[in-house]
Ligand binder design. Structure first.
Ligand SMILES: [Zn+2]
Length: 277
């Protein structure tokens, strides 16, 4: 069924688990996420980022995801990941996304608060939920995200921000990176505990790729309810595609994309199972 991010986050809270938010930008990624969710019998969030707009038409993507979601045996929600332009947020709201992430992390704190408030009023008046990020994550290997400065979330600042802006869920920067880690992953669980103590809305972890299972489970037990995954799935798919191409250089595109989709289903299924906590 096609549902909202809010419903999936509530389910995650009730079951002390985290819902996987997979970055999706074409038919294969959406179908893989939904089929992996069905195999694991757990809902999934389809997260489309502003940076994919040129490649994949936002409105068409939303319509496609809605149909796939409606046919699914599990709850499926559509979320707008990292967005910097109000125009994209407006398009997402008009196209059926149930939640949007406004990323004002590159702005001054004051500007971020001001613009986030505006996004919240716009979204809430349309029944859409808002995710924001306090702190800024570094970029690791193989990521297509914007570069951040690695600033960790300050619990007091985050609590003030949530109260002031009325956002619905918050991404905290606690040591994960966008993409694959260059060094050893080291999540700041004490910091997460301090943040969770001061904030009563669902917490989000970006940069799930390559984070060891025990560190993920510990974060879930401390209140992480949504985990974003992108690079790890992409890497698995392109590795398999490279293998297929080396064996059969002129493989039909449909067969190559089927290979990618099957690989992503396997990878996403394992991730969803881990996020059950
Ligand atoms: Zn992110």
């Amino acid at each position: 069924m096609f549902t909202t991010t809010k419903v999936l986050l509530q389910l995650a809270e009730e079951t002390n688990s985290a819902v996987a938010a997979f970055n999706c930008y074409n038919a294969e990624t959406v179908q893989a996420a939904v089929r992996a969710g069905e195999r694991a019998n757990k809902g999934v969030i389809i997260a489309y980022g502003e940076r994919y707009k040129e490649y994949m038409n936002l409105k068409a993507f939303a319509a496609f995801t809605k149909v796939v979601g409606e046919q699914a045996a599990i709850p499926v929600a559509l979320h707008l990941d990292h967005s910097y332009e109000l125009e994209t947020i407006e398009q997402a709201i008009a196209s059926g996304f149930s939640s949007v992430m406004y990323d004002g992390s590159a702005l001054s704190f004051e500007e971020n608060v001001k613009t986030t408030k505006h996004v919240v009023s716009l979204a809430h008046s349309n029944g859409v939920y808002v995710e924001a990020e306090i702190g800024s994550m570094e970029k690791g290997d193989f990521s297509d995200e914007e570069e951040g400065d690695g600033r960790l979330t300050d619990p007091d600042e985050a609590a003030w921000f949530v109260k002031e802006t009325n956002v619905d869920f918050l991404a905290a920067s606690i040591g994960t990176v966008h993409g694959m880690y260059k060094g050893k992953p080291n999540l700041q669980h004490d910091l997460l505990a301090a943040i969770a103590k001061k904030i009563d809305i669902p917490l989000v972890l970006h940069g799930g790729s390559g984070t060891p299972e025990d560190q993920i489970v510990k974060a879930i037990n401390l209140g992480i309810r949504k985990i974003n995954v992108n690079t790890e799935v992409s890497l698995a798919a392109v590795t398999e595609m490279a293998n297929a191409l080396s064996e059969q250089p002129y493989i039909h595109l449909s067969n190559l994309m089927t290979t990618a989709q099957e690989t992503m289903i396997e990878q996403m299924y394992k991730i969803i199972e881990t996020f059950k906590g």
